[in-house]
Design a protein around this ligand. Structure first.
Ligand code: ZN
Length: 252
């Protein structure tokens, strides 16, 4: 059939032939697309096959900086894991809830950033228990992960976390964002060290860290990384055990 032989018939022909179909450049690049709400418990991606990578943020939540980060994560449909202080979770439960509701993960980072390895097993247990209660009250969820402040863990912390049903999550990439306060440096460290199933450590209480994240995510997406929570990446974790494996004998 020669091209053009058929003519549109009926009244269902596309309308709007007089107007351009191209969208003018807009301030808001993402038109809202209907997406199902994320289900935090079920991983959306298979990290055995996909290039999963976990961004983690410690020491919050902070009303000054954390909401900015959440906006950036939402814009990119990215998830992260937040290791929070019990004191702050108690003060800002609405931030704990917002993080959980957007499909990101909230986790325990002690009550008030004490070195848990300097406490007795019971002391460390009570400290983390109090933090867990504050975080769980905020999110209405069950916390299963913790990160010891300063990465200071030992056999006593292993015991206390096991008793609380918490796995210990350390990291592969330390951005030293609290020291450099340099968005370019923070972004480069993460992007250049990113790898399948690795964990990057940052802090959502520093403006300079927040300033690094937008472009960081864009570059990670260009490298086909999927930004998932630690629980999505690791699957079921064992209470008391340390992840990644490279931390197994640290502090013992
Ligand atoms: Zn910390």
């Amino acid at each position: 059939m020669p091209p053009g032989a058929g003519t549109p018939s009926g009244s269902g022909a596309p309308s709007g032939s007089g107007s351009t179909s191209q969208q003018p450049p807009s301030e808001t690049p993402d038109p809202p697309t209907p997406t199902p709400t994320p289900t935090p418990t079920k991983p959306a991606v298979d990290c055995k096959k996909s290039k999963c990578f976990a961004l983690t943020f410690d020491d919050g939540p902070s009303p000054d900086t954390t909401p900015q980060l959440l906006k950036i994560l939402k814009k990119h449909k990215a998830k992260a894991t937040f290791f929070q202080l019990g004191t702050l979770a108690k003060e800002y439960p609405e931030l704990v809830k917002e993080i959980h509701d957007m499909g990101s993960e909230v986790a325990n980072h002690s009550w008030d950033h004490d070195s848990l390895d300097r406490k007795s097993v019971d002391g460390a247990y009570e400290d983390m228990k109090k933090a867990n209660e504050a975080i769980e009250a905020g999110c209405g969820c069950k916390v299963t992960l913790m990160r010891p402040p300063y990465g200071a863990t030992d056999k006593g912390v292993d015991k206390a976390t096991k008793k609380l049903g918490l796995a210990q999550i350390l990291w592969d990439i330390d951005t030293l964002d609290w020291d450099t306060h340099d968005p370019y440096d923070i972004r480069s460290k993460v992007v250049h060290s990113a790898g399948k199933n690795r964990i990057a450590l940052m802090h959502d209480i520093h403006q300079t860290t927040i300033d690094a994240v937008d472009e960081m995510i864009e570059e990670l997406y260009e490298d086909d990384f999927k930004l998932v929570t630690v629980s999505e990446m690791l699957g079921d974790t064992v209470p008391g055990k340390r992840y990644p494996k490279s931390w197994a004998s640290y502090g013992n």
